[in-house]
Design a protein around this ligand. Sequence first.
Ligand SMILES: *Cc1c(COP(=O)(O)O)cnc(C)c1O
Length: 357
Amino acid sequence: MSRPIRADIHLAAFGHNYRVAREHAPKSRVLAVVKANAYGHGLARVAKALPEADGFATLELDGAVRLRDSGFAREILLLEGFFEASELSQLAASRLATSVHCEEQLRMLEVSPPPAPIDCYLKINTGMNRLGFAPEVAKAALERLQATRAAKSITLMTHFATADGPEGVHEAMNRFEAATRGISLPRSLANSAAILAHPRTHAETVRQGISLYGATPFADRSAQELGLLPAMTLRSRLIAVQDIGPGEHVGYGGTFFAPHAMRIGVVACGYADGYPRHAPNGTPVLVEGVRTVTAGRVSMDMITVDLTPVPGARLGSEVVLWGEGLPIDDVAATAGTVGYELMCALAPRVPVVEIGV
Ligand SMILES: *Cc1c(COP(=O)(O)O)cnc(C)c1O
């Protein structure tokens, strides 16, 4: 038998979670965001599971081209756009839509226009302060983009910094509306959090990322409350059991002390599989369907868990690290991170099994 870790990818979850976004934003096109290898779930796999998608958004050019070559005919948007003028002919050839977020990109479009016009998303910075034109120069940028004749269509775009939190989108919406007043062009503003919590942001096109994969964008609303299904279940098994006496410690650095005699299960899953090394003692884990916790530091290939609540556990017992029965958001919260990071970190060495083919 091979090392027992595997990631189950539940194909039906993608369609289900996509429909959740559709129900929230029934008048908008829903782009499925598949950057970072579809948040660790496999770009080709997610694309195949979502033939009904209005479009996809990603940011790796090679993945976008492969998606187009696989036969997907609707929109594919590059969220960071192009990085060099030499990419423009590929964008035109593969009919990829591009974000245009900075002066340098505008200049490339002016100086080295693509062989055929491309769909453009003009990105306005409404407070995230990463990508996008300042609101004051948005109109001038739009006029320049229109003058290049490189744009087949133009959508006005922004990305919210705080759609998932108590600050919401109020300030960003004010800035966006002020910057775009009087311009009648389609708009794309909403990420998962805004799709679920801020209907006024929906406009023509929304961009669904994290919720497509069945995790919550919010700290205080669970994926289950939102009606989402987890798409990834990371599973493994116990490969050893240790009976230890009181005062014994477990793992590198001896960070866990047994307060009494106890059984420790050793799981074939470590940070080289994508499990977060910073997950502290007490991070939730399922053994034989029973919720227990990690005990001891995460190492490269193994984690150690408290078997006290699972007296029947033995070598070969089933373990769920996250997914079905254990929300990835619970693991992430204990480990001081977000579901996004855990999914994206799934390591190439973990075999993937597609469920529901
Ligand atoms: C990643 C990304 C999204 C998706 O965000 P989620 O929070 O995962 O829904 C939307 N828009 C842009 C510009 C992005 O980079």
